[in-house]
Design a protein around this ligand. Structure first.
Ligand code: SAT
Ligand code: MN
Length: 597
């Protein structure tokens, strides 16, 4: 039971509204974990996996229509609509409160109400924030115990302070008709109802650590980003830290846990985070990052010993699987698993499945939840209260065409522009069509808690506080040839691109100037040990001014949707790009005519 008066008052208020049968405080202890798991096995919220082969592993099957984030039901409830920006759905705070209070009314009758104090960020760190989630889902409690530093540790850190994010969650009746995820930045609160899915229900993650934190960051001079954090140590060199922003389900977890290929001996990669980074300027003028989370909530399909050996090893124990298929020996299976499809299995919805089935065995957005400390590549720096200094930042996305494998920005301002113009083909991590190209600035489109154009202005401002800012790069592992085949091998081989990036940051590594930024010269990438033809490399690095002329127009239309909020510096970078593209097209026309004549 909490000593904190503000917390007790709030819990009481919610108890009266939602009328649960009982209230249980989460202390984060192993004993509480065990009894929650036992209860879940009785209710069917968890299915025990083969404990001999996979100790501590369980399967959860969600409702069939509750399998991904629902961005159209997610709202930022600022007093003024303008502050939320065109990138967010908006509801007036009073309307949202009334609407959702009606859905919470009596919603926990017959259920237990859990109170989960949690800390985002390492203990005793100026980066860290305290939240308290109230939920009626045991699955949410267990996931929060993995994904955050939950229970006593958070309550102790909070003390008697009233400074905590109030996160209210109820499964409600799980109907998408009565599902809302509402953020109240001015009140430091999130109200979520009608979904048990990760990003909608584990409120420390996207809701607090990105949407509310980005708003707090704007006020307090720091950045909350949808970024992985990794440490890279070249042979005989010092560890350098890199962050990378990529949209959901674009390989952030794989990159964060990268295993160097055998043909790059002596390289070492360590993992700090796979999804979210909180970044603050340090006294030395560098940018420092912490991972606010304590676990990984990763996409399962495609995870294998080949694509992510560290993750595969890590998810053999103490892991909650959501929406994967079940084999007859009670082990999980999914598309892209190392083992071939089983002759028969139970699919993610609990139905019989065979390789002849037209449906997928595992849901494309099925997930694992695993403690970060279980990852073989985890860095001890994950607990460093001061964070790690960042050398380079990557903006990456899924683009089959136009965007080369890697290029470097010319300055922080140009780098912010590269982030602001990021676009990606959609994935199964959100409901909606997969494979559609959409703008996703800084991979934060679904997560920026305020007007995206003001957020770019904030990025520019943070850059001014840095005398030695990280160098900013754009990457694209997903470029394809005419037949739709990926040109770049990806996964562990991405270290070759990172090697060039680190060389560039050290003032070495050769690059050529193109209209969009600096790309590696053909010989600059270390390709020893991989089979990549000259033409394939040329295609990977190609910058086609004609294609970019089209992109420039698309960017202009996108910026128009933000009106006067777009910072002048972003317009300047856009004009520069337009000019360069125009000049390049003119000279290639000229070139063409010369040859024709
Ligand atoms: O579902 S989550 O939002 O937690 C994961 C993701 O989409 O990045
Ligand atoms: Mn994510």
């Amino acid at each position: 039971m909490a000593e904190n008066e503000a917390l007790r008052g709030w819990v009481d208020e919610v108890r009266k509204l939602a009328t649960p049968d009982q209230v249980v405080y989460c202390d984060g202890s192993p004993g509480q974990w065990d009894s929650l798991v036992k209860e879940c096995l009785l209710t069917g919220e968890l299915i025990e996996l083969n404990q001999q082969k996979m100790p501590g592993c369980y399967l959860h099957r969600s409702a069939a229509h509750d399998v991904a984030r629902t961005e159209h039901l997610t709202f930022v409830c600022t007093p003024e609509k303008e502050a939320a920006g065109p990138n967010n759905n908006w509801m007036a705070p009073a309307d949202a409160r009334t609407k959702l209070a009606a859905l919470y009314q009596g919603a926990m009758k017959g259920r237990t109400m859990y109170v989960i104090p949690f800390m985002m960020g390492p203990p005793n760190s100026r980066f860290s924030k305290i939240g308290v989630e109230i939920t009626d889902s045991k699955y949410v409690v267990l996931n929060m115990m993995i994904m955050t530093r939950a229970g006593k540790i958070a309550l102790d850190q909070l003390g008697t302070s009233n400074d905590f994010t109030r996160c209210l969650h109820s499964l409600g009746d799980l109907s998408p008709e009565r599902r809302f995820i509402c953020h109240f930045p001015a009140d430091n609160a999130v109200w979520s109802v009608g979904s048990g899915y990760g990003g909608n229900a584990l409120l420390g993650k996207k809701c607090l650590a990105l949407r509310l934190a980005s708003y707090l960051g704007q006020k307090e001079g720091w950045l909350a980003e949808h970024m992985l954090i990794l440490g890279v140590q070249p042979p005989g060199g010092e560890v350098q830290y890199i962050t990378g922003a990529f949209p959901s389900a674009c390989g952030k977890t794989n990159l964060a846990m990268l295993v160097p290929p055998p043909s790059m001996p002596g390289w070492k990669v360590t993992t700090i985070g796979d999804d979210i980074a909180w970044l603050r300027p340090g006294d030395d003028g560098r940018l420092y990052a912490v991972n606010p989370e304590a676990g990984f909530f990763g996409v399962v399909p495609g995870t294998s010993r080949k694509t992510n050996p560290n993750a595969m090893e890590m998810i053999q124990t103490n892991t909650i699987y959501t929406n994967v298929a079940l084999r007859p020996d009670n082990t999980p299976w999914w598309e892209g698993h190392d083992d071939p499809p089983p002759a028969k299995a139970i699919d993610w919805q609990g139905r019989p499945w065979t390789p002849a089935s037209t449906d997928k065995a595992a849901h494309p957005n099925s997930r694992f939840t695993t403690p970060a400390k279980q990852c073989a590549s985890i860095s001890p720096e994950i607990d460093n209260p001061n964070g790690v200094p960042i050398t380079a930042m990557l903006f990456g996305a899924r683009r089959q065409r136009v965007v080369p494998l890697v290029y470097q920005s010319r300055s922080w301002q140009h780098g912010v522009f590269l982030g602001a113009t990021l676009s990606s083909e959609t994935t199964a991590a959100a409901t909606g069509k997969v494979g559609v190209l959409r703008r996703d600035p800084m991979a934060m489109l679904p997560f920026a808690g305020y007007n995206m154009a003001d957020y770019w202005a904030h990025w520019l401002k943070v850059g001014k506080a840095l005398s030695d800012p990280p160098r900013i790069f754009r990457t694209n592992w997903f470029r394809t040839d005419e037949n739709g085949k990926y040109l770049w091998p990806g996964f562990g081989e991405n270290l070759r691109v990172i090697k060039w990036i680190l060389e560039r940051c050290a003032g070495k590594g050769s690059a050529m100037d193109t209209v969009i930024g600096e790309t590696p010269t053909p010989g600059a990438l270390d390709l020893k040990g991989i089979d990549l033809s000259g033409p394939a490399l040329a295609k990977l690095l190609l910058v086609d001014p004609a294609e970019w002329a089209e992109a420039v127009q698309g960017q202009e239309q996108f910026f128009e949707t933000f009106g006067l909020h777009v910072p002048e510096a972003i317009h300047t970078e856009h004009k520069r790009l337009a000019q360069r593209v125009q000049d390049a097209s003119a000279s290639s026309d000229l070139h063409g005519r010369d040859h024709g004549a």
